[in-house]
Design a protein around this ligand. Structure first.
Ligand code: SF4
Length: 73
């Protein structure tokens, strides 16, 4: 399997966003390492621009991602 390129630069995957250890590990596994298309950060960065991704947007924040879309489309 090809390595997903955002892993090197994403602040969430690089542990630069505050989150407890268990949740961080779980999210990295289910979003970053299994299905990036379900990640709120990935959705915003792929449909809009990377600078539209708030620093405090976590992978599970689908409702917030939808709100960002509605504000920018
Ligand atoms: S899946 Fe989401 S949190 Fe994980 S590296 Fe990609 S953009 Fe970052």
């Amino acid at each position: 399997m090809m390595r997903y390129e955002n892993l090197e630069t994403c602040p969430f995957y690089q542990r630069k966003m505050s989150i407890n250890y268990a949740a961080g590990s779980l999210y990295r596994r289910i979003y970053c390492e299994q299905d990036k298309t379900k990640c709120a950060r990935y959705k915003v960065s792929s449909k809009l621009e990377k600078d539209k991704v708030p620093i405090d947007l976590y992978p599970n924040m689908q409702d917030r991602a939808d709100k960002i879309f509605s504000e920018h489309t």
